[in-house]
Write a protein that binds this ligand. Structure first.
Ligand code: PBG
Length: 319
């Protein structure tokens, strides 16, 4: 008997034995809103992305939904920033959630819960004089931010600051205020990565001093990711997010294998910038987008936050 694995690679048969699927419904599209914007402002570091007004964010959410992408993740730029990030408690993100949920009911709305876009120093929490993050006061703020999003009608909150105890604090507050239907998708294993640079330009959230290495994970570690995810699940996380995606496929794989819970991968701004530049320069073709997204799904992600969501969904519609 001749062994001919190539038999399964013929047109038609190939599709039948395909092990991994990639659908528009696997994708989540980032959506930026800016309280200072009168009209959409192009983000130079993220070609094709804009800081929207509430009105244009609604149209954008509608366009995204029509392409079959079920969800958006909202990030806000406030009118003004302060030491404690108080603008996170009410403003453009809450208004956007409310507007999308009423005008585009088919859209699932996720909101990033963090203070770095709202603090004058750019750190993800309230800081001491020595620049270290104060855990208790920061958790208090995060509880307030998460419940303000819940009140606005958010479907999922995504705490992204890697602040110890953030999931438990938010779950307790949501339950206390009877928002027991709001899911929590923490960035459970978020690495101290150089791939966030274009995002920080987009929302103007660079650190005025120091960096985020005291709370974001060391890229060298994998056992630590397992510990972080276990803690977040114990504290009540519903979906586990791993970030970035492409340089951390082993982490996505291991977390899915170990816990078997819904896993989201955040293919971050630097991953987008990398592929975008190569495609725009003619060094790669568009096919690299779907191949990359497929690799993230193959590793074990159930859903992917990607700046290629719209483009990928358009291509997938014609598959
Ligand atoms: C924090 C947050 C960041 C990103 C998502 N949420 C920035 C950071 O941790 O520095 C990065 C996303 C990206 O690079 O696409 N609110």
């Amino acid at each position: 008997m001749t062994k001919r694995p190539a038999r399964l690679r013929k047109k038609g048969v190939r599709k039948l034995v395909r092990e991994t699927s990639l659908l528009p419904s696997d994708l989540i599209c980032p959506l930026f809103v800016d309280e200072n914007a009168q009209k959409p402002i192009a983000i130079p570091s993220l070609p094709g992305f804009y800081r929207h007004t509430v009105e244009t964010a609604v149209s954008e959410a509608e366009a995204i939904t029509e392409l079959g992408v079920p969800a958006v993740i909202v990030f806000g730029v406030p009118r003004s920033k302060d030491e404690t990030g108080s603008a996170a408690l009410s403003g453009i993100v809450q208004d956007t959630i409310r507007a999308i949920k009423t005008q585009v009911p088919a859209a699932t709305v996720i909101a990033d819960v963090c203070l770095c876009e709202y603090t004058s120093h750019g750190h993800c929490g309230i800081v001491n004089e020595d620049g270290t993050i104060l855990n208790g006061p920061t958790l208090e703020m995060l509880r307030g931010v998460a419940t303000s999003y819940a009140r606005a009608g958010v479907d999922i909150v995504a705490p992204s600051g890697m602040i110890d105890g953030m999931v438990g604090a938010i779950r307790a507050q949501l339950d206390e205020e009877r928002f027991d239907g709001v899911a929590i998708m923490p960035y459970a294993a978020k690495y101290y990565s150089s791939f966030y640079a274009p995002f920080r330009d987009a929302v103007d959230s660079g650190c005025a001093f120091g960096d985020r290495s005291a709370h974001q994970m060391d890229p060298a570690n994998t056992d630590e990711a397992v510990r972080e995810v276990r803690l977040d699940l114990e504290e009540g996380a519903d979906i586990i997010m791993i970030k970035p995606a492409l340089p951390y496929l082993d982490i996505i794989y291991r977390i899915k294998q170990t816990f078997g819970v819904p896993v989201a991968a955040y293919s971050v701004s630097g991953e987008y910038a990398m592929l975008r530049a190569a495609i725009d320069n003619g060094n790669l073709t568009n096919d690299a987008i779907l191949e990359t997204l497929l690799s993230i799904k193959r590793a074990g992600a159930d859903m992917i936050v990607t700046y290629f969501a719209k483009e990928a969904a358009k291509t997938l519609a014609y598959e």
